[in-house]
Design a protein around this ligand. Structure first.
Ligand code: HEC
Ligand code: HEC
Length: 337
């Protein structure tokens, strides 16, 4: 089955969303929406990577840092300033609105600190480059209303996003959404199928290889790590990531995404587009962090994410297993965005 989505279908989608929204409002006012009870971090520690307790950022040693291809230099204390995104390569992107570059003190950290000035994002957050403007605005409204949360409340990056969403104003959201949706997403995650991965540890809310470590079986996991840890730590947004995925997962994921895996789910391409580049207000998935995609599939299935548009995902994720999440994310991440 393949449905071509034209403008009409998108209008139908919007009507469906509006109808569902009305139902959700009723359910909420009737007190029918249960509080999300966060579980212990046992299920997917590789997707919801947590820093070890007490992990401290490196102190500023007063030495200016540089990255390849940039004339600029910054101190570690400048790079770690959440109210000013480090812009190593200003020519790579249009001028950032103030809220994106500097945020608003107190509490609204610069969007580009985490999502990066070119919107490519990192495994512990997500890319925003090229997402539909309407979709970004809707997600911010969902954060504000407390409808979108993470299944892992100990994730500091996710908790900060929820806090930022709660206090960002409509005009700030409008400026940020216009900026990020105007950016062209780039392929910067190299997906590699393998049976074994380097031994890893968590640093800065993401996996990194243990220095002089050995290898271990990948199992049913995706291990996403920086191509160059030092450049990633300096928030150089020209240095991307590697995602190790289990052998065979890309083909398996393609079958689920395009065919629905013999009726197990709806083909995702109906709504997310044939090449998963997004369709109308529905977000693209191609080339995006597979750790992020798995977290969202899990959060949507578990009910931590209950945005106004989330009901459209409910039947798609209901019967998927963690192995399916891994395969889907491996395939989506491998595509050109
Ligand atoms: C401290 C880091 C941080 C900052 C600063 C930050 N974000 Fe986020 N953002 C995140 C994380 C982490 C997530 C994923 C949260 C989740 O799991 O729901 C996220 C998710 C999002 C999403 C959802 C994307 C999707 O595909 O559904 C949007 C939209 C977003 N952020 C917009 C913004 C805007 C706009 C700003 C600035 C006003 C901002 N963010 C600032 C960390 C951050
Ligand atoms: C009926 C339309 C529809 C189908 C079919 C569908 N999706 Fe979605 N998907 C959506 C919408 C709408 C959203 C936004 C949900 C929200 O706002 O909470 C979404 C969100 C997502 C997200 C989160 C994206 C982000 O940026 O946070 C992922 C991941 C995803 N879908 C994967 C899939 C996969 C995998 C399938 C197939 C198994 C699928 N979808 C099938 C409509 C659909």
């Amino acid at each position: 089955m393949r449905i071509e989505w034209g403008r009409d279908n998108i209008d139908i989608l919007k009507t469906a969303v509006a109808a569902l929204s009305a139902l959700i409002v009723l359910a909420v006012s009737a007190g029918a929406q249960d509080e999300v009870t966060p579980g212990p971090q046992t299920l997917l520690p590789w997707a919801y990577a947590l820093n070890s307790p007490g992990a401290e950022p490196e102190p500023d040693d007063g030495l200016p840092r540089q990255v390849p291809g940039s004339e600029q230099s910054f101190l570690l204390s400048e790079i770690s300033n959440l109210y000013r995104a480090t812009d190593w390569h200003p020519d790579d992107h249009p001028a950032m609105p103030d809220i994106v570059a500097n945020g608003r003190n107190p509490g609204v950290y610069a969007c580009a600190y985490c999502h990066l000035p070119n919107g490519q994002g990192r495994p512990e957050n997500t890319s925003l480059a090229g997402l539909p403007e309407e979709y970004i605005i809707q997600q911010m409204a969902d954060y504000k209303a407390g409808r979108r949360r993470s299944s892992e409340p100990r994730s500091v990056p996710a908790s900060l996003m929820l806090a930022i969403g709660a206090i960002t104003t409509e005009s700030e959201v409008a400026a940020a959404a216009a900026y990020f949706s105007s950016l062209k997403p780039q392929q910067w995650i190299r997906v590699i199928e393998t049976d074994t991965v380097p031994e890893t540890t968590v640093a800065g809310w993401m996996y990194t290889a243990v220095e002089d470590g050995g290898v271990e079986p990948i199992g049913e996991r995706i291990i996403e790590m920086p191509e160059d840890l030092e450049r990633t730590e300096l928030r150089d947004f020209r240095s991307g990531f590697i995602a190790y995925v289990p052998t065979g997962s890309i083909d398996k994921g393609k079958k689920i995404v395009t065919l629905g895996d013999d009726g197990k789910t709806q083909p995702c391409t109906i709504c997310h587009g044939d090449d998963l580049k997004g369709l109308g207000p529905v977000p693209g998935l191609a080339g995006r962090s597979p750790s992020y995609l798995v977290r969202q599939l899990y959060d949507l299935q578990a009910g931590a994410r209950q945005g106004l548009w989330s009901p459209l995902m409910q039947s798609a994720v209901a019967d998927l297993s963690v192995a399916d999440f891994v395969a889907i994310a491996a395939y989506a991440a491998s595509l050109e965005p």
